[in-house]
Design a protein around this ligand. Sequence first.
Ligand code: ATP
Ligand code: MG
Length: 588
Amino acid sequence: MVEQTLPEEEKNTRSLNFIEEIIEQDIRTGVNESRVHTRFPPEPNGYLHIGHAKSICLNFGLGKKYNGKTNLRFDDTNPVKEDVEYVDSIMEDVKWLGFDWEDRLFYASDYFEQLFEYALILIRKGSAYVCDMTAEEMSETRGTPTRPGKESIFRNRSVEENTDLFHRMRAGEFEDGSRVLRAKIDMASPNMHMRDPVLYRILHAHHHRTGNQWCIYPMYDFAHGQSDSIERITHSICTLEFEVHRPLYDWFIHEIGIYAPRQIEFARLNVTYTVMSKRKLLELVREGYVNGWDDPRMPTICGLRRRGFTPESIRNFADIIGVAKRDNVIDVSLLEYCIREDLNKRANRLMAVLNPVKVIIDNYPDDLVEEMEAVNNPEDESKGKRKMPFSKTLFIEREDFMEDPPNKFFRLAPGREVRLKAAYIIRCESVVKDPETGEITEIHCTYDPQTKSGMPESNRKVKGTLHWVSEKQAVKAEIRLYDRLFTKENPDDIEEGKTYKDYLNADSLKIITALIEPAVSGSAVLDPADKSAGYEKDGVSGKYQFERTGYFSVDKDSTPQHLVFNRVVRLKDSSSKGEKVKENFTFL
Ligand code: ATP
Ligand code: MG
């Protein structure tokens, strides 16, 4: 066999994962003429989540890396649960993640006629039969993993009778559930999937693509492997639960006598503090625990997008976690680390005060407004500077002041000095309190005119630097502070008498009003194109680091009259868990 050279990009720093090793071996030994062709095969019965994102990055990533191709194929064999709404959202999500199926958009339903022909081949070979048992009878006679099943009394129908009945099933002569087509394999097989599995069921249901053309539908297992074969997929990558289906897929391919893709299984992605099952996510949406599929607390791709995640951060996450052969759970702080890293480099800074308290600078002229210069992104000089108005009355964070502070408190306190970022050093002289509640309503300060930022004489050092906004020019905005949707690390690990819903975090959404510096105004509303798709021209428009508090992203609800931001992630992981998790992966 001819040894093939591998594409250039292959020489990267990361060692190969086990799938890449298999593929490179196949390329070297000329399997499938060294072609690489993968696919992403979602069932359009829900919105995609971060687990799917991993599969998308893996399949499209491999296609790209090995100069191969990747198809998008909808495995739409169950008309009852599927819908065009899901088809559309899936295409949008794959595109947004940055992948392109070019002209290779397929549907398993495109192959219904071909699959019907395949079933006839099996019938003619005596390898499939029409069975009139009810669903209950079938499950009763299936046996258990340790006890063999019983053969159906319809198992030995003649080829003629089976052919006739199967055609009549298709013609709509029989009621739903009255008959099925089954493979004739082995009712005693230790692999339950090999015990005469159902290939076709009668379902008088409207299909989102084929309409009422069909009243029999192939089972997923009878469609999936053959669809891969029809598309001449070389490496059919799926999650571990399909390992036990593999012998069945191989059996179909062999019995029908068609091209055989190679199936490779990898471990599903699980993430802490969330659920990933489509059924559960659908339940959360339908029962109103969240505000739709794109609720920023959801692990869905559209939820992450609305929250303010970038495609780059998700691709990087998928890359860091790699592929495993055994089930594992990834700490959500790694995902948070990835978006923090990306936005730190690319998002502009703004000052926003989330929990304001008033500061009055007594020795500052009443009507003076100075334009201070603030750096847009210290990580990227090319982002330039902006002007920030400074005046006598400002706001700072309530948490940045303490009346009776401990020694280690380096922020504002009576008699102490701090720097207001990009402005002056101020000193607290006195406070005014609400006589009834005792709450501080005003902090009176003086400023030192010699300490203006950027001036040569401004080098005087103080320990604390605070963010602030000027009262008159500040813009109000609604801020949605999100926290984890569940309180339990693994909400699927259910104690007796409970359900995963008992672990929902009652405080996962808190809405506050913040004051933001006026530079925000022009850019705090998504343009209509962005609103529908969440695409951004420069990748991070509408995304900011609010100095010292976190990363925030304009929500699609935002209007010029009423700005709305989502908190993407806090500025720092209090435990630096993300960094630690990242390091562990680097050393894998
Ligand atoms: P269902 O339970 O409805 O089958 P599913 O999550 O398997 O849900 P599919 O639409 O069949 O959904 O998935 C499409 C592809 O995404 C499959 O190849 C599947 O293996 C992969 N995938 C799904 N969930 C994950 C996950 N958590 N991690 C990695 N890949 C996943
Ligand atoms: Mg599936």
